[in-house]
Design a binder for this molecule. Structure first.
Ligand SMILES: [Zn+2]
Ligand SMILES: [Zn+2]
Length: 74
């Protein structure tokens, strides 16, 4: 078992400019971004990441991060 770290799945654009814009978003806006397929700033495809280790995930259905073992709570 993991050391019980809590994390969440985040959906981000990997462009540095866009990820900087996204850090300024409110929690509500970040929730909305999770439903997007493409970045509203640059039209790149959005990427799911672990909020704890920032590694890329290929499913939003995971209960635990396969990279750092954090538990996803939503
Ligand atoms: Zn972008
Ligand atoms: Zn992780």
């Amino acid at each position: 078992m993991s050391e019980n770290v809590k994390s969440s799945v985040d959906k981000v654009c990997q462009e540095t400019d866009c990820s900087e814009k996204m850090t300024d978003l409110t929690a509500d806006q970040r929730e909305l971004f999770k439903s997007f397929t493409y970045c509203p700033y640059c039209a790149e495809e959005m990427t799911l990441i672990c909020n704890s280790c920032h590694e890329q995930l290929n499913s939003s259905d995971y209960k635990f991060c396969p990279w750092c073992g954090a538990e996803f709570t939503s």
